[in-house]
Design a protein around this ligand. Structure first.
Ligand code: ATP
Ligand code: MG
Length: 424
């Protein structure tokens, strides 16, 4: 026998029994986004590598070590499997001039790829839902995005999640802060890990985002960006807090919230749970006023978030969510020359009537077929023998309740099966 081929490490199959939960989630997303006026957009999974380098930033974990990049064998272009959706979404909005029609509320969902060390809640192919509000400058849209998430958690039955917010200020205030931060970190040079030493002068702010526990103490003692904030950013941050308070949204301010991508400014936020171990951030976002221009568009402010679907579903399960697929209404068993042909007509009629009907395929005695009917979870077995077929009738046997088997004409079958077994 040939050696079996397995899926790539960190890339998961989502099996039918799990898909029910995904579909439940996707339906909740569609309803929630529609309720807030966010429209779905679908971008390609592969983009020019440069799009991500320019937007996410070259001195970030994603661009330095996590991207799946390859060269197009036909023309040598450097292409990348998208590690996130914001850059593609902004690229698409610009390419199709969506912003000419005014600000846009958009959302997307799909697989993302990052070459990370696979562990619980961290995969190489994972999925995100992201919302992007392009062309909006005020703190009201930041608040709207946060409130939308809060509503979604309710819809999904998730309660054990807290909101942290922070601000990165303007490019100017970050530049001012950068100098102070470098001077502080230089005083602790011997204790910086390899990443931090390398980033000390290229991207010191990124050091605050380190996942290395040994760096924790140094990070705690670092000067706070909040203290170097420009006036406008401070006003924006305070207005956001005002709206959240007024709308009854609980939050904590985290002055160390940095985010792993360079394009953020002003507002940043994360939704975090303590129930998923180290991979506790289920959703993260913020404002990225410079990105549209950076990607080549006319400057436009923007704000958005991305939610990790695997982590969110894991938290739903932790919170006791139970989602099962709906069982078929009927499993049609048949045996006999006339019956085999008539059975096709029966399933067609049931399906046309809006019922879920499975046609037994393959051979088998009535007894063996009946076992299959039972195992399918169907509410009814529909039995077609030559005798029934010749009369244009079927026998209906309720499988989930103690009720009598009845024989009816095909025309009545849809009504009968659409009703509860009790009514027979
Ligand atoms: P982390 O700090 O956990 O690496 P991140 O800051 O790199 O996350 P973002 O780029 O902000 O993550 O992505 C938004 C969300 O997508 C995360 O909060 C998380 O829920 C999810 N996510 C990111 N990377 C992965 C991954 N490798 N596997 C599963 N989910 C992920
Ligand atoms: Mg990461």
């Amino acid at each position: 026998m040939a050696r079996t081929i397995q899926a790539i490490r960190g890339m998961n199959d989502i099996l039918p029994d799990q898909v029910y939960l995904w579909e439940f989630f996707e339906q909740a997303i569609r309803e929630c986004m529609a309720a807030y006026g966010y429209r779905n957009i679908r971008m390609p999974i592969v983009e020019q590598t440069d799009l991500f380098v320019r937007s996410i930033g070259s001195v970030t974990d994603i661009v330095e070590k996590e991207m799946y990049s390859f060269s197009d064998s036909l023309n040598g272009d450097s292409l990348t499997l998208r590690p996130e959706g914001t850059a593609s979404c902004v690229r698409a909005a610009l390419e199709h001039n969506l912003l000419y029609a005014g600000p846009q509320r958009l959302y997307y969902s799909g697989p993302m790829f990052r070459h990370e060390r696979p562990q619980k809640g961290r995969y190489r192919q994972f999925h995100q839902v992201g919302a992007e509000a392009l062309g909006y400058a005020g703190p009201d849209i930041d608040a709207e995005l946060i409130i939308l998430c809060g509503e979604l958690w309710k819809k999904l039955g998730i309660s054990d999640v807290r909101l942290e917010i922070g601000t990165l200020g303007s490019a100017e205030s970050r530049a001012l802060h950068r100098g102070r931060l470098i001077r502080y970190l230089e005083r602790h040079l011997g204790r910086l890990d390899e990443d931090a030493s390398r980033r000390l002068h290229s991207n010191p702010l990124r050091i605050l985002d380190s996942k290395n526990a040994e760096m924790k103490e140094i990070i705690e003692g670092a000067p706070r960006l909040l203290d170097d904030l420009d006036e406008d950013s401070l006003a924006h941050f305070e207005a956001l807090q005002g709206i959240l308070r007024e709308q009854g949204v609980d939050f904590e301010i985290n002055p160390r919230l940095v985010r792993g991508l360079d394009y953020y400014n002003r507002t940043v936020f994360e939704w975090i749970t303590s129930r998923l171990g180290a991979q506790g951030t289920i959703c993260a976002g913020g404002r990225y006023d410079g990105l549209v221009e950076q990607i080549g568009g006319k400057a436009a402010p923007a704000c958005g978030f991305a939610m990790g679907i695997e982590r969110t579903l894991a938290l739903m399960l932790e919170s006791g969510a139970k989602v099962a697929g709906s069982a078929p209404d009927a499993y049609v068993i048949h045996r006999g020359e006339v019956a085999d042909g008539f059975a096709w007509k029966v399933v067609r009629r049931l399906r046309d009537g809006g019922l879920k009907a499975i046609l037994h395929c393959g051979d088998g005695s009535f007894k063996a077929q009946m076992k299959k009917a039972d195992a399918s979870g169907a509410r009814f077995a529909v039995i077609v023998g030559d005798d029934e077929a010749q009369a244009g009738e079927i026998s209906v046997k309720p499988l989930r309740e103690a009720a009598e088997q009845v024989r009816v004409g095909l025309a009545e079958a849809v009504d009968l099966l659409g009703a509860s077994p009790r009514m027979i």
